[in-house]
Design a protein around this ligand. Structure first.
Ligand SMILES: C[S@@+](CC[C@H](N)C(=O)[O-])C[C@H]1O[C@@H](n2cnc3c(N)ncnc32)[C@H](O)[C@@H]1O
Length: 291
C-alpha cells in the first residue's frame, strides 16, 4: 500500500471514530499524516512527504497499531508518540504537561511584529511554562535574550528540562519553580508571555475525553476562568521593565476578561485563523489601571 492511500484510510477511520482534534492538529487529515509518519518513523517536519512510498507489511501493522490505540483510548497522539510541534520546533511531551498548541506560537515566530518592533528585548519570562515550548521558542526567536521559564508544577519543569537539553539551550533558558510571581521576587522583564489556566468551571465539566489525559492544573481557571489572570494582571507591572510588555492568551475566557475590566483597552491580536484571544498590554497601561 502506498503512503497516500494509507493516510486516506487513516483519515477516514479517525473521522469516523468520533475523536476530538485539537491537540497539535485541528482536523482528521493532518492528524492522519502525523500518525502515519510517526508510526513508520518518518520525519513529520520534513519539507517533502514521500506520498508514493510503498509501505511494508510491518509498517502497515505499525500504523494500524498506533491508530487503534488512538481510537480506543482517546489519548492525544502527542502523548502516544511523545512528540509535539510548536512554532516550528519539535518538543518531547508526556502527560505531565499539556500538549503545546497555544495561539502564541505564530506571534513568537514573528517576534510579535509589529507590536514589539524596535523594542530591545533582553529579558523574557514565560510564566506557566509547561513543556517549556513557549520559553524555548522565544529563546530561538530572540537569540540575544535570556529567558526565565517558571511553573508551579515540578512535573512540568522536569519535562521542560528535557526540552531545554534537547534544544541545547540550557544556558539561555532558566527553569524556576514558582507559584505565579512568588518565586520571582525582584525580577523584571522586557517581555512577559503567559498561556495561563483560563478554563471556567462550566467548560471544564464538558471537555472532550482527550483532555482528561492532560494535567487539570494547566486548565482550571475557577468559576469564570479568571483566577490566574486576575492575579497576573495585578502583579505583572512590578515584574516588567518601564517599557516592558505583557502578552497573555485568554482563550475561552476572553469575554470574561472584557466583562471584568471594561475600562481597559486590551490590544487583541488576531491570529491567522481569525481568532482574537491573545491580548497585549504595556507596562504603562498596567500602571494606569486599578486591577
Ligand atoms: C495552559 S498551561 C500552558 C503550558 C505551556 N506554556 C503551553 O503553552 O503549552 C498553564 C501552565 O501553568 C501552570 N500553572 C498553573 N497554575 C500555576 C501557578 N499558580 N503558578 C505558576 N504556574 C502555574 C500549569 O502547571 C501549566 O503548565
Amino acid at each position: 500500500m502506498r503512503l497516500e492511500i494509507c493516510v486516506a484510510q487513516v483519515e477516514r477511520r479517525l473521522a469516523d471514530g468520533g475523536l476530538y482534534f485539537g491537540h497539535g492538529t485541528d482536523n482528521a487529515f493532518d492528524e492522519a499524516v502525523w500518525l502515519a509518519l510517526a508510526a513508520i518513523e518518518l520525519d513529520a517536519g520534513a519539507d517533502q512527504i514521500p506520498w508514493q512510498k510503498t509501505l511494508t507489511d510491518t509498517e502497515q501493522a505499525q500504523v494500524e497499531a498506533l491508530l487503534a490505540r488512538r481510537i480506543r483510548t482517546r489519548r492525544p497522539l502527542a502523548y502516544l508518540i511523545n512528540q509535539a510541534w510548536f512554532a516550528g520546533h519539535e518538543f518531547f511531551v508526556d502527560e505531565r504537561v499539556i500538549v503545546p498548541r497555544s495561539h502564541l506560537g505564530e506571534w513568537i515566530v514573528g517576534c510579535f511584529a509589529p507590536w514589539l518592533a524596535g523594542q530591545p528585548i533582553a529579558s523574557i519570562l514565560d510564566l506557566g511554562t509547561g513543556s517549556g515550548c513557549i520559553a524555548i521558542a522565544l529563546a530561538h526567536a530572540f537569540p540575544a535574550a535570556r529567558v526565565d521559564a517558571s511553573d508551579l508544577s515540578s512535573d512540568a519543569l522536569a519535562v521542560a528540562a528535557i526540552n531545554t537539553r534537547r534544544h541545547d539551550i540550557v544556558d539561555r533558558v532558566r527553569l524556576l519553580r514558582s507559584n505565579l510571581f512568588t518565586g520571582l521576587a525582584g525580577q523584571r522583564y522586557d517581555l512577559i508571555v503567559c498561556n495561563p489556566p483560563y478554563v471556567s468551571d462550566a467548560i471544564m465539566g464538558g471537555l472532550p475525553d482527550e483532555y482528561s489525559y492532560e494535567p487539570a492544573l494547566a486548565f482550571a481557571g475557577g468559576s469564570e476562568g479568571l483566577d490566574f489572570i486576575d492575579s497576573l494582571l495585578r502583579e505583572a507591572r512590578t515584574h516588567l521593565t518601564d517599557e516592558g510588555t505583557l502578552v497573555v492568551e485568554a482563550g475561552s475566557a476572553k469575554a470574561a476578561v472584557e466583562a471584568a475590566w471594561p475600562q481597559v483597552s486590551f490590544t487583541w491580536l488576531t491570529s491567522l485563523n481569525g481568532e482574537s484571544v491573545v491580548f497585549l498590554l504595556g507596562a504603562q497601561e498596567l500602571q494606569q489601571y486599578r486591577w
